[in-house]
Design a protein around this ligand. Structure first.
Ligand code: HAM
Length: 408
């Protein structure tokens, strides 16, 4: 018996249906906001993530699926989607013209984490990236888009926002923070490592002792430059005007190093410890940092398995769809086979090749999640008709085959 690797799961049956439903909702909302589908490789050069996600992050520090390929290249299974999208944006020279690009993607990401509920080693994200737009309205749009996705999926969330400052106000703040950290003893090993690589990552350490040591630390919100302050206030006003509730958290720095200015996280209290269901922010320096022409970027990614867990928990019924077509006697199968071929031009049809009793067929149809049950028995065969049952409202009748398409 060969099992799937630890922390990696097959998507089948119900979970595959939930996955599809979530993606459909996300794609529809992204489309309405003017985003277009892209796909980037699952395997990239390791340096891409080291340079973007950053050496101080847990992702690069501990969790990359990294190896040397047969050609001697240092490669890595993508742990997230932003770096690949930025690489593609630069490689296709979109950074050189002024056109804005709005992209969305979904697919597997890989992080060698300790698996637990809501935390996998291969998981799926739906993400969006918007390039070339500096307006704060774009930050608000990105957040509203996520709120719309969650509202359509009927998922309650808490939104936390912060501003991480820009290249003007972040370096002096970092210096202040380093001074403060240098005078404190007792930080965890992770924080000691972060302190030298990216000290602001110390702020969101989950360790209680580290948080106690940070109680008097200088706060980011009090050290923003006027421009970052104004933009952040403006963002908050747009969110208020659009009736999106949020909480400010000046210790929200996110686990990836590329952010500047707006950073946000969507939290759910319905799925236990791994409560972040989506996160994102601005990364205006990243394009230049990866070798492109300086420009603007902002995006988010949402953890699909965590959304699936919420929907499953609520036992959300997926909508019934399609037709189950069957017969009570084998001699009618060639006839219903032809009917199925015609119906399939417009409908999803599950055709049973086996003759069974009506009750058994109904039981099978129910399990497949179809909405409509159609069956041919002796009487129906003689009358050129089919027995019809709507499995949602339990309505039953006999329908002439000639009238079928119009009726459906
Ligand atoms: P992230 O916060 O690392 O951001 O991941 C986004 C979401 O992916 C998380 O909020 C969570 O729902 C889900 N997730 C992360 N790790 C796991 C895991 N091991 N198992 C299951 N779900 C997980 C990013 O990835 C950024 N690229 C987001 C972004 C896009 N920022 C700007 N553009």
């Amino acid at each position: 018996m060969i099992n799937a690797l630890k922390g990696m799961k097959d998507l089948t049956d119900q979970s595959a249906k939930y996955y599809k439903k979530i993606i459909e909702v996300c794609e529809d909302v992204a489309h309405n906001y003017g985003f277009e589908f892209i796909n980037t490789p699952h395997l990239e050069q390791s340096i891409l993530f080291k340079r973007s996600v950053g050496e101080s992050s847990d992702i690069v520090g501990k969790e990359m699926y990294e190896f040397t390929d047969k050609g001697g290249n240092e490669v890595c299974m993508r742990p997230e989607g932003t770096a690949g999208a930025v690489r593609a944006y630069i490689e296709k020279k979109f950074d050189k013209n002024t056109n804005a690009k709005r992209w969305f993607y979904h697919g597997s990401m890989f992080r060698y984490e300790r698996p637990q509920k809501g935390r996998l080693r291969e998981f799926h994200q739906f993400g969006v990236e918007s390039f070339g737009i500096s307006s704060v309205y774009e930050d608000a749009s990105i957040i509203l888009m996520l709120a719309e996705i969650f509202s359509r999926l009927d998922i309650k969330f808490k939104l936390i926002i912060n501003s991480l400052g820009c290249s003007k106000c972040m370096p002096p703040y970092r210096e202040k923070l380093i001074c403060y950290l240098d005078n404190q003893e007792g930080f965890c090993e992770d924080c000691k490592r972060r302190k030298s690589l990216n000290p602001i990552r110390v702020l969101d350490c989950k360790n209680e002792q580290c948080q106690n040591l940070l109680s008097q630390a200088p706060l980011l919100e009090q050290n923003l430059c006027q421009c970052c302050k104004d933009d952040f206030t403006f963002l908050q006003n747009i969110l208020k005007e659009n009736e999106i509730d949020f909480t400010l958290d000046s210790k929200l720095v996110r686990g990836l190093d590329y952010y500047s200015k707006t950073a946000f996280e969507f939290i759910s209290d319905e799925i236990g410890a791994q409560s972040a269901i989506a996160g994102g922010g601005r990364y205006d320096r990243l394009i230049e940092y990866l070798g492109g022409k300086s420009g603007f970027g902002i995006g988010f990614a949402m953890g699909i398995e965590r959304i699936m867990a919420i929907l499953e928990q609520k036992d959300e019924n997926l909508q019934r769809e399609g037709i189950y077509l069957c017969s009570l006697d084998e001699v009618y199968i060639s006839k219903i086979f032809k009917i199925a071929t015609k119906l399939r031009k417009n409908h999803k049809v599950l055709l049973s090749y086996e003759a069974k009793k009506l009750a058994k067929h109904l039981e099978n149809a129910d399990k497949t999640g179809v909405k409509i049950f159609l069956c041919m028995g002796e009487n129906e065969f003689k009358n050129e008709s089919l027995f019809y049952k709507n499995l949602e409202n339990k309505d039953e009748k006999t329908i002439k085959i000639l009238d079928l398409e119009q009726f459906l």
